[in-house]
Design a protein around this ligand. Structure first.
Ligand code: BG6
Length: 472
């Protein structure tokens, strides 16, 4: 088929996980609690300190001990890149130590070697929703500028140690989520409605400064590093063509675009200055902060994409439904997942074009996938599988739109699906919501053998990668 789109020949296919959702071994080898442990029931539920005796993240999917088996399975699918985060509190258990925990580093040495031994690129998210709990409790999380130095010390430790093995770095996972879930994103206790807005935007500013300084530092250590930002990208469509709805969609889109704008342009956009003024938000931003931000833009922009949102200016209709972390109004043209997330493959093409038009920087899709209830059934060969045609359809529909966006001219470095192996969900901290190509026998009540089984989608994705997307 001559009109078929071709993915670039060095396109980075792979999968993405986060430490707190897979590793388990919560207190092993010197690790201490992180903010993720203090959210045992999900990001919108209460902070629980100390965490309860039994919560799913405590053992996760036992990736800490089973990573070799899991990485071999990713290699079997042909992954070119594997995205993971390194648990900050495994390396600096309280976050404010000078010396790293040698056992924590030894674990990541082995893990990163294992990934590299299969020929995969490594992409490290420096912080993925888990900061040492001590930094939240004793310092007030990212509201405190001291976090910038603790973070840079952590980043430097990783950069120096893994400079020859890791090329792709992300400074913060879904940095815009801090606005919706302050403890999850920034270790600040309270909800988006109770935390004072100046405190919240000050914390975000500290993260921007930390991100820019980490980009500078990384490039000094290895100029070949590719260091990017990461946002949760769910574009808003206006519910109707009423100009008020269109303006509402623009406004809500900017809640996300703001984060990428700062990372790319190195400054606050004019619309944010107006927003701060009109909402009496006061932030301390120094000339030095602005200079460092201006001089150190990101090398690429990465984002997660699960859904699009819809906006209306009608206050009675707006904000009714919870999506990933934000609220939306139902789009009458879209179907929803088991968890009410709107399924919109074309929205991914839209998002890719919107970002590329706006920034003209390489993009990377670092999360995408379908969280669904899976049923393990006999595979007729003495083992078990999941016939997850719904997941194959979701991913195939999205990847076809990715191909369209590439044809549109978008420069896209790669695609890592979220949770290539089932893991503990972030928003609701459950096992029942599964994303994987690999099923993990573990359930919400903590029971299960932890055995891994290939789902039908395993071979499907393997074939997509083997054909570099031609099979789509
Ligand atoms: C993103 C996060 O928000 O979405 C992941 O970066 C998370 O950590 C993923 O797991 C899917 O969300 P959930 O709530 O289904 O796990």
């Amino acid at each position: 088929n001559e009109t078929q789109t071709h993915f670039p020949k060095d396109f980075l296919w792979g999968g993405a996980i986060a430490a707190s959702q897979v590793e388990g071994a919560a207190l092993e080898d010197g690790r201490h609690w992180s903010t993720a442990d203090a959210l045992p029931y999900g990001v919108f539920k209460d902070v629980v300190i100390p965490p309860p005796e039994d919560y799913l993240k405590k053992d996760g999917i036992d990736f800490y001990h089973r990573y070799k088996e899991d990485i071999a399975l990713f290699a079997e699918m042909g992954f070119k890149v594997f995205r993971l985060s390194l648990s900050w509190s495994r390396i600096f258990p309280n976050g404010d130590e000078n010396e790293p925990n040698p056992l924590g580093l030894a674990y990541y040495d082995d893990l990163i070697n294992e990934i590299r031994s299969h020929g995969m690129e490594v992409m490290v998210t420096i912080v993925h929703f888990d900061i040492p709990l001590n930094l939240a409790l004793e310092y007030g999380g990212w509201s405190n500028p001291k976090l910038i130095d603790f973070y840079l010390h952590f980043a430097k430790t990783l950069y120096e140690r893994y400079q020859d093995q890791v090329k792709y770095w992300i400074t913060f996972n879904e940095i815009n989520v801090t606005l919706e879930a302050p403890f999850n994103g920034a270790g600040i206790q309270g909800t988006k409605d109770t935390v004072d807005k100046s405190t919240l935007y000050q914390a975000i500013h500290h993260q921007f400064v930390a991100s820019a300084k980490a980009i500078k530092l990384g490039h000094e250590i290895n100029p070949n590093f590719m260091i990017g930002c990461m946002v949760a990208n769910s574009p808003y469509y206006p519910l109707t063509s009423n100009p008020d709805d269109v303006m509402e969609a623009m406004k809500r889109d900017r809640e996300t675009l703001f984060f990428a704008d700062v990372h790319v342009r190195g400054k606050y956009s004019a619309y944010m200055k107006r927003f701060f003024k009109e909402n009496d938000i006061k932030i301390n931003i120094t000339a030095e902060d602005l200079q460092i931000m201006q001089e150190n833009p990101v090398d690429y922009i990465s984002f997660s994409y699960y859904m699009s949102y819809c906006a209306t200016a009608n206050p009675e209709k707006n904000n009714q439904e919870l999506g990933n972390v934000k609220t939306t109004v139902r789009n009458p043209y879209l179907e929803i997942s088991d968890w009410g997330w709107q399924i919109d493959p074309k929205g991914l093409r839209y998002a890719l074009n919107q970002f590329y038009d706006r920034y003209q920087k390489p993009l990377f899709i670092v999360e995408n996938g379908l969280g669904a209830v899976d049923e393990l059934v006999e595979d007729g060969q003495g083992s078990y599988t999941v016939n997850d045609d719904y997941r194959i359809k979701y991913l195939e529909d999205h990847l076809k739109q990715v191909a369209e966006a590439i044809e549109d001219g978008v420069e896209l470095l790669g695609y890592t699906s979220w949770g290539p192996i089932d893991l503990v969900s972030n928003t609701i901290a459950e096992m029942r919501k599964r994303y994987g190509f690999i099923y993990v026998d573990r359930h919400n009540d903590g029971t299960g053998s932890l055995k891994r089984y290939k789902k039908k989608s395993f071979n499907w994705y393997k074939n997509v990668i083997a054909t570099n997307g031609e099979s789509l």
